[in-house]
Design a protein around this ligand. Structure first.
Ligand SMILES: C[C@H]1O[C@H](OP(=O)(O)OP(=O)(O)OC[C@H]2O[C@@H](n3cnc4c(=O)[nH]c(N)nc43)[C@H](O)[C@@H]2O)[C@@H](O)[C@@H](O)C1=O
Length: 327
């Protein structure tokens, strides 16, 4: 194992869906010697972290202060508006968080901790229209984002690329779709699974409401995504200061097939109905990523079967429904 002693990793947006998985991945990839500081906009007690420190990434002075106090060797920048619907609903806020937040973190590192690596969590959606060729998207593919979420993620990614030419040590991760226990219903897989769980519990009529089932997406288990981020931290010393890594399976799943798989695990007969509110003004037909570079340079490979992940999400949703019955 590479030397991880002395690593101090500060995570922004740590109380979101991915944060706790990143903490676990850092421990398993870098060992127990890694110190993790968890921060998020609201802060407060957290089941995985104990306590999360309050840090609003849109506040440049607060970000500088956190960098000075923690003196991190690495920042994993997760803070974001994670769901496309929320990003679209308030584009100005999305720009402020995605672009302003990333620049605040980068500038604080440049000014106060120039040796620190920034691991930026972008998105595979930055390739946008380039996906229409149907070919797997590698890191050299033209960025052609089509919505506010992806445009702002691409803008932050490109801005950090420019700063990395001026001395910032930065790894730009571009994760494709991922899911797992704990994800909110703003995303398709838990949206399907929570509805099934509510129907099974007798809390909803046996009709599941869905959006575009013809879309095909490249899905990974969230643990595989977190593993890639942890490997970027561990291997940073050997990376170029302007590295980019896709994190993708290379396989696309039709959303309708994901739904069918979940429905097959239910003993209740459930009908499917399209909900116009779940359709997007623009939704790319098929997205597949090429993560050859992460496999080669980070020694990364997905370790979880996506069917097992789907089963785990359904079990988690059943447990969530059992815990908090609806009014
Ligand atoms: C890489 C990228 O990955 C994620 O973004 P996303 O692709 O928007 O994820 P999703 O789970 O909301 O949609 C997946 C597909 O499923 C379709 N779909 C059908 N029916 C429903 C439905 O009922 N709900 C939702 N949400 N989507 C539906 C929907 O139209 C789309 O084609 C984020 O992690 C993002 O942060 C990110 O970076």
């Amino acid at each position: 194992m590479k030397e991880a002693a002395g690593m101090r990793v500060l995570i922004t947006g740590a109380n979101g869906f991915v944060g706790p998985y990143v903490r676990d991945a850092l421990r398993s990839v870098c060992g127990d010697g890694v110190a993790v500081a968890a921060t998020s906009k609201d802060g407060g007690p957290h089941p995985a972290f104990g306590q999360v420190e309050e840090l609003d990434v849109t506040d440049p002075a607060a970000v500088q202060d956190a960098i000075v106090r923690h003196r991190p060797s690495h920042v994993i920048h997760l803070a974001a508006v994670a769901a496309l619907g929320a990003a679209q609903a308030d584009p100005r806020n999305t720009w402020r968080i995605h672009v302003g937040g990333a620049l605040n973190v980068a500038n604080a590192i440049i000014d106060k901790a120039p040796g620190c690596w920034l691991v930026h969590v972008g998105s595979g959606l930055v390739y946008g229209e380039s996906a229409k060729t149907g070919r797997p998207l590698d890191e050299g593919t033209l960025l052609a984002p089509i919505d506010d979420y992806a445009v702002t993620k691409a803008a932050a990614d490109l801005a950090l690329g420019a700063l990395s030419r001026q001395g910032l040590k930065c790894v730009r991760m571009r994760p494709f779709n991922h899911t797992g226990p704990g994800q909110t219903e703003a995303f398709a897989v838990p949206a399907f699974a929570m509805q099934i769980a509510r129907i099974e519990a007798g809390l909803a009529p046996p009709v599941i409401r869905v959006g575009n089932l013809d879309a095909r997406r490249d899905f990974l288990d969230v643990r595989d995504i977190a593993d890639a981020y942890a490997r970027a931290v561990l291997n940073s010393r050997d990376l170029a200061p302007n590295s980019i890594f896709n994190v993708a399976s290379g396989v696309s799943w039709r959303m309708g097939d994901i739904l069918d798989r979940l429905l097959a695990w239910s003993s209740v007969k459930i009908a499917t109905e399209q909900d116009p509110l779940r359709l997007r003004p623009s939704d790319l037909p098929c997205i597949v990523g090429d993560a050859t570079r992460a496999r080669t340079l980070l020694g990364w490979a997905p370790g979880h079967s996506f069917e097992d992940t789907l089963a785990a999400v359904l079990e988690d949703c059943r447990a969530r429904v059992a815990e908090v019955p609806e009014a």
